[in-house]
Design a protein around this ligand. Sequence first.
Ligand code: MN
Ligand code: MN
Length: 471
Amino acid sequence: MSDERNKQTRGEQLRKALLYDKKNGYDRLLPGEMEAIEAYCTGYKQFLDAGKTERECVDRTIALAENAGFRPYVRGTALNPGDKVYRVNRGKAITLAVIGKKPLDQGANIGAAHIDSPRLDLKQNPLYETEELAYLKTHYYGGIRKYQWVTIPLELHGVVVLKSGQLIRVSVGNGEGDPMFTIDDLLPHLGVEQSKKPLGEAIPAESLNILVGSRPLENDEGKERVKLAALELLNRKYGITEEDFISAELCAVPAFHASDIGFDRSLIGAYGHDDRVCAYACLAALLQLTAPEYTAVCMLADKEEIGSEGVTGMKSAAFDTFMEDLCQAQGVPLRACFEKSFCLSADVTAAYDPNFADVYEKRNSAFVNYGLGLCKYTGARGKSGASDASAELVAKVRRLLDNASVVWQMAELGKVDAGGGGTVAAYMAQRDIDTLDAGVPVLSMHAPFETVGKLDCYMTFKGMKAIFEAV
Ligand code: MN
Ligand code: MN
């Protein structure tokens, strides 16, 4: 070793000692981690295929949690280290906790992700017929690029709640042999004028109408026979009438299964990586805990894609109520817990895309296969809307991740003023919780089919576990 060092030039020595060395994650894996990555991603792909809406993600989360010994928390019951509890917020968000050895006034470690994804919601009066074709009107949810949602297979998911209060689950397209739906687009032969329009204007929102049928009702002379025939099918299968759409939450989501991408199968293509890839990482890490030092909390929120508003979004007091219930079981004030807590706001970031290099600043971008991306700040135009974690907090997380051999990188979403985005971090920080953004780098974020690296998925799980297990 000393011989080797003597051979190094002064420049080589300085380079080794002073420069920040970024290496591809595949050159930094521990023995056996390739297999661990594959096994983890198999579970993740199943989670994606089972959960295409926030409600379905909650259902799948409950099943996995119950299997791991979690029970719904009953307000007022005693809590002991190692207890595993959860609470569902109106079927669309869920908070799970493993009670730590230290009391809650020493703080909790929180992983917060969101389980809603961009999609096309049906309007409340959606079904119509024109020129003997039946369509559903939509209002898009979240930031979509409209041109990406035409001419792809779509599924219909959601619930219809009858006036009686009875809830009917709808899922068409996900089952074996199910029909699918689609939105039509112009043929190139007649698209001359459309092709001259800016990308954002070529497909107007009101043209995102889903084709749902074409066969007219038999032996009938009346009007709107195609629409009527479609309604008859819906009535037979679900017992609903046209008026019941008024109290329904139905949405069209891409009909793609999660698939390996690449000759080497190193990537996963799927709908909804944003932000189920981080939600699953937080959940999977929590499910492996027994009795951590500090209480570990996994918060899977709804409505992030439309600003975290609403009773199931991260701004809702439902999270505080659950945490306060846990605190009360230990006779601890909630504010004492929050001021000592840490939250990893686990949300995806943009992966550097060599096909669109000019919107990225390469030195500060996240790269596929370079691991969990930490974002000190998000926001747009001068960090507006960002939580901006402190240097002290970033140092603490660096230390934790390095000690656990997690592959991670520093990330900023694109060039300054090229755009921007937000997460739930600001709403956690508002609660007096130290919060840092971190997540998986994604290619084609918010597209119907997004791509992530398997290594980065696994490292996000591993990083979350390191935080939950911090002593
Ligand atoms: Mn997100
Ligand atoms: Mn998003």
